[in-house]
Design a binder for this molecule. Structure first.
Ligand code: ADE
Length: 266
């Protein structure tokens, strides 16, 4: 997968050299190209922003450097050929005004040949850049959640990690991707390691039983309990057809009613 990132703070993205994503870059699985947006300015001061039409606080990113920068992401080639054998690259614009980035989004984007990230700063990027880019990119303004960051860089680090780890070969043991939070609409069960007794705290006894069915049931119940407590919005989204008899009993005990159509709070 090819990943282009444009930012006025390319140093922020140095973290992409580390850990599993860094290793995947070295191994040639992820072709990550970070570029300084100011390299695409033409004036002496390397200006990337200007005052907003209509007035208001703050500055807006000028369209010209963005057009120059994004154009370079449309060429340069990949292992599959010129910018990915014909598929339109996806242009992700981090913004608190975007659609919310979730695990399902990460799975969807992990299938793409090329992702391009445009890190805005200040009050954002001139809207015409997104319209213009729509001619060549699938444009996706994306938010990490309902809070405001100073720019897109931190959001890009989070998204590249969430997406990159789903690309085959990036995570050594793909089984570790199966039983994690959000993979089945629930939060992950709690985990424990040695010693089995630590500061007067034993681990749950069932984990020492060797009874795999019982352990699986315990873990599933813990997932349901945690999710009901911390993220009731996720319980309400569960599809009843994915719940077995024991799941239903656990949910009833947690104060939920499971009907044929929905899971509802009592
Ligand atoms: N840029 C500023 N705030 C953001 C957020 N919440 N998500 C993504 N990008 C952002």
């Amino acid at each position: 997968m090819r990943i282009d990132v444009f930012s006025i703070f390319p140093e922020y993205l140095a973290a992409l050299d580390l850990s599993l994503i860094g290793k995947a870059r070295q191994d040639g699985i992820l072709d990550v190209r970070v570029q300084d947006l100011r390299a695409f300015t033409t004036d002496r001061h390397r200006t990337v922003d200007d005052t907003p039409y209509g007035g208001g606080a703050g500055m807006v990113m000028k369209p010209e450097p963005w057009a120059e920068a994004l154009s370079t992401a449309l060429s340069g080639g990949t292992a599959e050929g010129e910018s990915g054998a014909g598929e339109r690259p996806t242009l992700i614009v981090p913004s608190p005004a975007g659609e919310v980035f979730a695990q399902a989004t990460a799975y969807e984007l992990a299938e793409k040949q090329q992702l391009v990230f445009a890190c805005g700063r200040y009050e954002g990027i001139d809207e015409r850049v997104l319209e213009w880019a729509g001619e060549n990119f699938d444009v996706r303004p994306m938010s990490l959640g309902d809070y405001v960051l100073n720019g897109g860089e931190v959001a890009v680090l989070a998204m590249v990690e969430a997406i990159g780890r789903l690309v085959p070969g990036v995570v050594g043991n793909p089984e570790s991707l199966v039983e994690e939070s959000h993979s089945d609409g629930l939060l992950e069960y709690p985990v424990y390691t040695k010693p089995s007794l630590w500061r007067d705290r034993p681990i749950p006894e069932v984990l020492l039983s060797g009874n795999h069915a019982k352990i699986a049931r315990f873990r599933r119940d813990e997932q349901l309990r945690r999710t009901a407590e911390r993220r009731p919005d996720l319980i309400a989204k569960l599809n009843p057809s994915t719940l077995d008899k024991a799941d239903r009993a656990a949910l009833e005990a947690l104060g939920w009613t499971v009907t044929a159509e929905a899971v509802l709070p009592r």
